[in-house]
Design a protein around this ligand. Structure first.
Ligand SMILES: NC(=O)c1ccc[n+]([C@@H]2O[C@H](COP(=O)([O-])OP(=O)(O)OC[C@H]3O[C@@H](n4cnc5c(N)ncnc54)[C@H](OP(=O)(O)O)[C@@H]3O)[C@@H](O)[C@H]2O)c1
Length: 268
């Protein structure tokens, strides 16, 4: 068995996943990237799979383990967003987003655990979001999917401790990626929400497009992989660390008002 550490990352064809995959490959990890579309980089071994399909993940993770005989880390990064009022969100869009962002992480972990146990010590890094702790208006389903990832990571950490598998939920702040373009907006927003939705989406899109370089996330995740012990949570971005710190200290009502004011609702 080679000494080179093997990392599998979902959603490695774009944005944060691609930046992490390239950075880790340059740091001498053997990197497998999972996505539906191709990854045009010879440093990354691409395996095509959809995270909403458990059978596809079981099959590609088995292939990877057969090739490498070890898997040192799984980074569950594949994800997408939807926006608009909760009331006007179609059940199909809500269902699909939860399937990618939450069930996709569950399927990925379920399919990979036998291989991680066989390779221990191993690490699981779940890409959550600051929105998982500070829920954003008109991104209710997205925020809920990331809050679910946080709770899932907390349970999993305790369950997997005896097997030498550590778990961390990474919460990035705004990062400039394809996420903004790929976000699904409500097809038919209700008139009574329209103005507030537009204002809120304008703020979030501006924040994302002025956001951090994905390399910041890549470096933070590389540092996590090098650590002996993983923290349960890792926030990425100075101002977001401050938000999370304040969220822990301040009364919930104040925090909720603060989030409202960031999205321009204090002017009403
Ligand atoms: N950008 C931000 O500001 C930000 C902030 C906090 C957290 N995050 C989180 O970071 C993660 C990565 O987002 P990003 O910003 O890098 O977005 P992105 O540029 O849109 O990349 C999303 C990645 O997920 C993959 N993906 C989506 N659906 C998939 C599916 N069904 N099966 C397999 N792969 C799938 C895409 O690959 P294919 O389309 O090729 O399958 C792509 O590689 C997400 O979990 C997101 O929630 C992002």
């Amino acid at each position: 068995m080679s000494n080179q550490k093997v990392i599998v990352i979902t959603g490695a064809s774009s944005g944060i996943g691609l930046a992490v995959a390239k950075y880790l490959a340059d740091k001498d990890f053997l990197v497998y990237g999972i996505s539906r579309s191709a990854i045009d980089d010879p440093r990354i071994r691409h395996k095509k799979a959809d995270v909403t399909k458990l059978d596809e993940l079981i099959s590609v993770y088995q292939e990877i383990f057969d090739e490498t005989k070890r898997i040192d880390g799984l980074i569950n990064n594949a994800g997408m967003g939807i926006s608009g009022s909760i009331e006007a969100t179609s059940p199909e869009d809500a269902d699909y987003m939860m399937k990618v962002n939450f069930m996709g992480v569950y399927y990925s972990i379920k399919a990979m655990l036998p291989h991680l146990r066989a390779s221990k010590p191993a690490k699981i890094i779940n890409i959550s979001s600051v929105a998982g702790k500070l829920a954003i208006p008109f991104q209710g389903f997205y925020s809920s999917s990331k809050a679910a990832i946080n709770a899932f990571s907390e349970s999993l950490k305790i369950e997997l401790k005896p097997f030498g598998i550590q778990v961390c939920a990474v919460m990035p702040g705004d990062i400039k990626t394809g996420f903004t373009k790929n976000r699904r907006k409500n097809k038919e927003e209700l008139e009574l929400y329209q103005k507030r939705v537009e204002r809120s989406i304008a703020v979030m899109e501006k924040d994302e497009q002025n956001g951090m370089n994905p390399l910041v996330a890549a470096k933070a995740i590389h540092r996590l992989l090098k650590r002996r012990k993983l923290p349960l949570y890792k926030t990425i971005g100075f101002q977001y660390k401050l938000f999370i710190f304040l969220q822990r200290l301040l009364p919930t009502k104040w925090v909720n008002n603060l989030v409202g004011s960031i999205y321009g609702f204090n002017k009403e």
